[in-house]
Design a protein around this ligand. Structure first.
Ligand SMILES: Nc1ncnc2c1ncn2[C@@H]1O[C@H](COP(=O)(O)OP(=O)(O)O)[C@@H](O)[C@H]1O
Ligand SMILES: [Mg+2]
Length: 208
């Protein structure tokens, strides 16, 4: 495939969506064809599944059912959106991808971690070229996240302890996988963008 696949990861309120938009703008100034998309969702059918996931009561789904819904949404998103873009020389920026499922649904549950690894191989079959982990102090990200008014709070309700655990799981994934690069997201929006751009421009051989 001729395109380049970048994913943004990090706990809620870490600044993924903000940085994804700034990165898209910057890449466009370099004449790149860019597709900015997000998970769960990104395309109509997958957004419908997203609504099932992000709204409603916390115990609405069992952990396994939740994981399978994520993969149903992801497969649809890949088929309709990500793979066609990567085949046509487009840089794809995806706000969350499989690593989110590993961190949030997998957690410390070995059975689910294995299920996710198997589904990644059998159903997804695609690794990002580059994954940026926006690493932020959970206290800070939680207060940023709560400032947003949205119906999509099913995962944000989980509180500080939950976010702290998710941050640690992200950090250990980042140590395990070469495609991960950690970005310090505790600074301002522009400062963080510069760190993001440094990684991406290095990987894509672009210079200002
Ligand atoms: N570096 C930053 N400093 C201060 N506020 C930020 C920063 N990055 C994002 N925000 C704000 O915090 C909130 C959450 O950011 P967002 O990009 O939506 O995070 P995420 O997509 O990771 O949940 C938004 O209101 C956003 O404007
Ligand atoms: Mg976001």
């Amino acid at each position: 495939m001729s395109g380049y696949f970048i994913t943004l990861e990090g706990i809620d309120g870490s600044g993924k969506t903000t940085q994804a938009i700034l990165l898209e703008k910057k890449l466009v100034t370099f004449g790149k064809k860019v597709l900015l998309t997000r998970e769960p969702g990104g395309v109509k059918g997958a957004e419908e599944i997203r609504n099932l996931l992000v709204q409603g009561k916390r115990d609405r789904w069992s952990p396994t059912t939740e994981t399978l819904l994520f993969f149903a949404s992801r497969k649809h998103h890949l088929e309709k959106c990500i793979l066609p873009a990567l085949s046509s020389n487009t840089t794809v920026i995806c706000d969350r991808f499989s690593d989110s499922t590993m961190v949030y649904q997998g957690g410390t549950n070995l059975e689910l971690i294995n299920l996710i690894k198997n589904l990644n191989e059998l159903v997804v079959g695609l690794e990002p070229d580059l994954t940026l982990l926006i690493d932020v102090d959970p206290q800070k990200s939680l207060s940023r996240g709560l400032k947003r008014s949205t119906k999509e709070d099913r995962f944000e309700m989980f509180g500080l302890e939950f976010q702290e655990k998710a941050r640690l799981r992200y950090q250990s994934l980042a140590k395990e996988l070469d495609r991960f690069h950690m970005i310090d997201g505790n600074g301002g929006i522009e400062a963080t963008h510069e760190l993001v751009w440094k990684e991406v421009s290095d990987h894509l051989n672009l210079s200002d």
